[in-house]
Structures are given as structure tokens and as C-alpha cells.
Design a protein around this ligand. Structure first.
Ligand code: 2P0
Length: 350
């Protein structure tokens, strides 16, 4: 009798926002970065991708992916790399246990939903590829750790490797040419410093102008500021940031976060042709953070910006009113701010 069974697994993956930015690839094919990076994982009750992976011999012959109801092209090298690596691991499992159904030979159907705007500088590809990889790994019943899965997710989108962990997460750039040591790791679990909060100011939910991949390739090729950032500044800041997280030292965490965001955007401006991710509204948010910190007499808020104009402001629970309260109250008054999303830090899933 033909096996028409549908095999299925569902999962969710969180968004992460880097405080030490990944910008630059030493190997674009394997998504190997020129520098290590560090991020905070945001709560899935606020921002997440939900993904169901299924496979069946009864499915049409090709793999498919539906994102927020729209069919996506799966023929790209990155998605193909994730499918291929996961199928190879499943094949090894099937070879060792011949009684297992041959899921590796069946077409895959992936259905993903984001509860936030896609490709608006809100790290949608990070949560997206992390959820895709974990869902297929669960479907295939692979005995893989988050570190091992991070190697696969990284090939989908670099920052996705950091979304396999909760809490405070590093991504070691690694040195091996095959990418075997370019993996994510836990710096500290969410429970270590649960008072951390983030508010995301959505300046524009529109798709960004210059994609991260194109932007970072051009920066590596043309920016004269870039080598110092990759080789000296970031390695030093990685250590400072890990120490600050471990010591729950918010002032250092905040100062290094803001400096690293500015350093990343400086290399963007130093790119030929220059890349402008920040706009007037982003710069107004920077001013507000500076004023809040001045008013408080210490650093209670830190801004950071990815490859788009939206601001993410980190602060501690104790400063909720003076930071998040202020930004949310200003939303109605300031032109150009479309909305705000608050978030806590997400714990590990498994
Ligand atoms: C980060 N960004 O560390 C940095 C900060 C944007 C600015 O990772 O080409 O979508 O897929 O590896 O991961 C965005 O880049 O790039 C990113 P690809 P990705 O979060």
C-alpha cells in the first residue's frame, strides 16, 4: 500500500537584536562573518516566526515555502543549503535505523507566519531561518543541539544562528574555512538578567532599500574604516560586552551597544556609494535617548539600529516609566513614528 501519510512538526523562533553587530562576510557562500557578534533574544510573545514543516510522498514533487500566505522561491542557494544539510543528517539517521520512514526522500512543505513586518529591519530573516531549520530538524527527529543547528541556520541567514538560543547569545566568527566553528553560543541565559527590556520604535515598516547582503559586501570592498572595526574594535567590544552581561553592568552594556551601532553605521556611511539606514526620525530617537540619560544622571537607555531606520531601545525594568513610557507617550506627538513594541528577553526553548 502506498504511504500517503503526512509527517508534520511545528515550532517558533524568536527575533534577536544585536548589540555587537554582524556586518561583513569572509565567505558569502557559507555566510561566514568577518567579525563575531552578540545579541539579545526578544520575547516570542512579542515577536516571533511560527513555522510548520511537513513532508509526504503524496506532495507535489518540489519543496515549497509559504510565508504569511505568499508562496516564496525556495530555489535560492541559502534555502537550498538548509534543506540539503538537514536532509543529509536525516539520511544518516535512516541509514542507521532502516525501520525509519524515508522522510529525506519526500518533498517538504514549509508554512511560516511572522507576527511583525517582514524585511523592515526587524530581523525577520533571523527568526525565519531559525524556525525553518528547527521545524525541519524536529520533523526529521534529528538529535541536533542548538549549536549544531546554528551552523545550518547561519547558511540561511547569518543572524539566524543567534535565534536558536534564548537570552544573551554570541556568534563566534570562527576561523575554519568550512565554517565548522562559526557557531552561536549562550553568553548567559535570560534568567541571569531578566530585568532587560527592549522597546522597538517602528519608524517605517516598509522594506529596506539596500539588502544586508549587498550592503555588507559593498562595505567590505570599499570602506577604509571597516578593517579597524572588524579586526580591532569588535574583538575588544565582544570581551567588554560579555563581561558587562555577566556582571549585569547596564551602564557598560548600554555604552558599548550605542558605540557599536554608531560604528556599524559609520562604516555604512563610509561605503561607496554610501549607505544610509538611519533617517531624521532615527536621529531624533538618538537625541531622546541622550536627553533621557542626561535627565537621569546615568545611562538608563541604549539605542541600536540595524539595516533600517527602526530604533531598538534597551533599558531595565526599573526604568520602564522614564524610558518606554516616554517613548510610547511621544508616539502620538512625533511625526514619523508608526508604532512601538515592547519586549522582554526570551528564555531558551529547550
Ligand atoms: C546583526 N544585521 O548582527 C546585523 C546588524 C544587520 C545589522 O545580521 O546576508 O540578514 O542573511 O547573512 O543576517 C542582517 O544581516 O544577513 C544582520 P545575511 P542578515 O543583526
Amino acid at each position: 500500500m502506498a504511504d500517503n501519510k503526512v509527517y508534520r512538526a511545528s515550532t517558533t523562533a524568536p527575533v534577536n537584536i544585536a548589540v555587537i553587530k554582524y556586518w561583513g562576510k569572509r565567505d558569502p557562500k557559507l555566510n561566514l562573518p568577518t567579525n563575531s557578534s552578540l545579541s539579545v533574544t526578544l520575547s516570542q510573545s512579542d515577536l516571533r516566526t511560527h513555522t510548520t514543516a511537513s513532508c509526504s510522498p503524496s506532495y507535489p514533487t518540489s519543496d515549497s515555502l509559504l510565508l504569511n500566505g505568499s508562496p516564496q522561491d525556495v530555489s535560492g542557494a541559502r534555502t537550498q543549503a538548509c534543506f540539503r544539510e538537514l536532509r543529509t543528517l536525516r539520511q544518516a539517521l535512516e541509514a542507521s535505523k532502516p525501520s525509519l520512514p524515508k522522510l529525506s526522500t519526500y518533498p517538504l512543505k514549509i508554512v511560516s507566519e511572522n507576527n511583525f513586518p517582514t524585511a523592515a529591519g526587524l530581523a525577520s530573516s533571523a527568526a525565519g531561518f531559525a524556525a525553518l531549520v528547527r521545524a525541519i530538524a524536529d520533523l526529521y527527529e534529528l538529535p541536533a543541539t542548538p549549536t549544531e543547528l546554528s551552523k545550518i541556520a547561519r547558511q540561511g541567514s547569518g543572524s539566524a544562528c543567534r535565534s536558536l538560543f534564548g537570552g544573551y547569545v554570541g556568534w563566534d566568527k570562527g576561523t575554519a574555512a568550512d565554517g565548522s566553528d562559526s557557531v552561536a553560543y549562550e553568553v548567559a541565559p535570560a534568567a541571569h538578567w531578566p530585568a532587560m527590556r527592549a522597546v522597538i520604535l517602528v519608524v517605517s515598516a516598509a522594506k529596506k532599500g539596500v539588502s544586508s547582503t549587498t550592503g555588507m559586501q559593498t562595505t567590505v570592498a570599499t570602506s577604509s574604516l571597516f578593517p579597524a572595526r572588524a579586526n580591532e574594535t569588535v574583538p575588544r567590544r565582544m570581551k567588554e560586552m560579555e563581561t558587562a552581561v555577566k556582571a549585569k553592568d547596564f551602564e557598560t552594556f548600554a555604552r558599548v551597544t550605542m558605540k557599536d551601532s554608531n560604528s556599524f553605521h559609520a562604516t555604512c556611511l563610509d561605503t561607496e556609494p554610501p549607505i544610509f539606514y538611519l533617517n531624521d526620525v532615527s536621529r531624533a530617537a538618538i537625541k531622546v535617548v541622550e536627553e533621557v540619560n542626561k535627565e537621569a544622571g546615568k545611562t538608563v537607555a541604549a539605542y541600536t539600529f540595524d539595516a533600517g531606520p527602526n530604533a531598538v531601545i534597551y533599558y531595565l525594568e526599573e526604568s520602564e516609566k522614564e524610558v518606554a513610557g516616554l517613548f510610547k507617550a511621544m508616539l502620538g506627538e512625533k511625526e514619523g513614528w508608526e508604532g512601538a513594541r515592547g519586549s522582554k528577553v526570551e528564555a531558551n526553548k529547550s
